[in-house]
Design a protein around this ligand. Structure first.
Ligand code: PLP
Length: 370
């Protein structure tokens, strides 16, 4: 048998939310509501549809590998230069490329226990498990004092991964805490601020780290078209970083890594501000509704600045997830996210939220009061 490298052998593979098709087959159901992967429930912007149809004619040609049109548009949106934009086949590609382009033997990467698992997987892949420096969370929020202590006291922390708002907790880091962290971080440590959910955040005290990018050349902010823009199936993510950081990360990407259709869709999505606002408004309303209703069951729900809620049933969350699946509703068990006691539900449309709630109430009765 061919042997694979020891780093890869230790990787715990990414486990995505259960696909709708699989559950349909398993249960013989024809209607499923999937609220498990923080996708947008709002369908596709008509401008995006039109742009994709238009671009189809050019599919025989490779994409423009400079990706300058998209970079320029993003640069304009954020008030930066195109040289400060890095693109990825989803922001997950950027997470990998950051680790693979920066790691040297002896370096370590600081990752929170209850966060997006791709940070861990990327470090496992390129640097190995021994390069992971875990930091514990405190009551479902990042312990920024501990982050500060570690980056100040420990040597060779190459990069820190922080999701703000965080997945799967939905918690956010208040502006002044974030600034204090950036001020305390050594300039040779890369701070990766993953703001995949930032467009959903409206709490007082939330700020994108972008406002400090001039002060901290070691900062890279990641964004994605997969969540608020609703393009998860097309895989487009981007980052904003100092031009030198950006150019190093871009060296390890594959040529033509984002498809023509994806670029066309991303450009069009940026033009449809009305669709974006509708998506954000749906999320605000739906999240408040779900929060109220789940709390009414007596479960603790963690306040969320994202497009999902983390809630904590009294025991056996997997049984509850399974009982909901039997009713055609997919939510996410969080064992792989370091929160085995929790369940995450993505905010859906009003109709989906109501279907979720009915299944949830029935499942709660079955599992805890049956
Ligand atoms: C915090 C965080 N970052 C990045 C991503 C990945 O996004 P993309 O679809 O751009 O790869 C996700 C997806 O769930 C996420 O939760």
């Amino acid at each position: 048998m061919v042997s694979f490298n020891s780093r890869v052998n230790k990787i715990s593979p990414y486990i995505p939310g259960k696909p709708e098709e699989e559950l349909k087959r398993e249960l013989g159901l024809d209607h499923i509501v999937k609220l498990a992967s923080n996708e947008s429930p709002m369908g596709v912007s008509p401008l995006v549809k039109e742009a994709i149809l238009h671009e189809i004619e050019r599919v025989p040609l490779y994409p423009d590998d400079t990706y300058l049109t998209l970079k320029k548009k993003l640069a304009l949106r954020h008030g930066v230069t195109p040289q400060e934009i890095v693109l990825g086949n989803g922001s997950v590609e950027l997470i990998k490329n950051i680790v693979s382009s920066s790691y040297e033997p002896g370096d370590r990467f600081l990752i929170s226990r209850q966060s997006f698992m791709m940070y861990h997987q990327a470090v496992q892949e390129y640097a190995g498990e021994e390069a992971v420096r875990w930091v514990e969370t405190k009551d479902y929020a990042f312990d920024m004092e501990e982050f500060i202590r570690i980056v100040r006291e420990e040597k060779r922390i190459k990069a820190v991964f922080i999701a703000n708002p965080n997945n799967p907790t939905g918690s956010f880091i208040p502006e002044e805490t974030l600034l204090r962290f950036l001020e305390n971080c050594p300039p040779e440590t890369l701070v990766v601020m993953d703001e995949a959910y930032a467009l959903f955040a409206d709490a007082e005290g939330f700020a994108s780290a972008l406002k400090w990018r001039d002060r901290f050349p070691n900062l890279i902010v990641l964004e994605t078209f997969s969540k608020a823009f609703g393009l998860a199936g097309l895989r487009v993510g981007y980052g904003i970083a100092h031009p030198e950081v950006a150019s190093s990360i871009m060296k390890v990407r594959l040529p033509f890594h984002i498809s023509r259709l994806s670029v066309a869709a991303a450009l069009a999505a940026l033009d449809d501000e009305e669709f974006l606002q509708k998506t954000l408004e749906n999320n605000r309303r739906g999240k408040a509704f779900l929060l109220r209703e789940i709390e009414a069951t007596g479960f603790r729900v963690i306040p969320s600045q994202a497009n999902f809620l983390l809630f904590l049933p009294p025991r056996d969350p997997i049984a509850l997830v399974k009982a909901m699946e039997r009713r055609g509703v997919i939510v996410r068990s969080l064992v792989a996210f370091g929160v085995p006691e929790g369940i995450r539900v993505t905010v859906g449309t009003e109709e989906q939220n109501n279907i979720f709630l009915k299944a949830f109430k029935e499942a709660v009765k079955e599992v805890y009061h049956g």
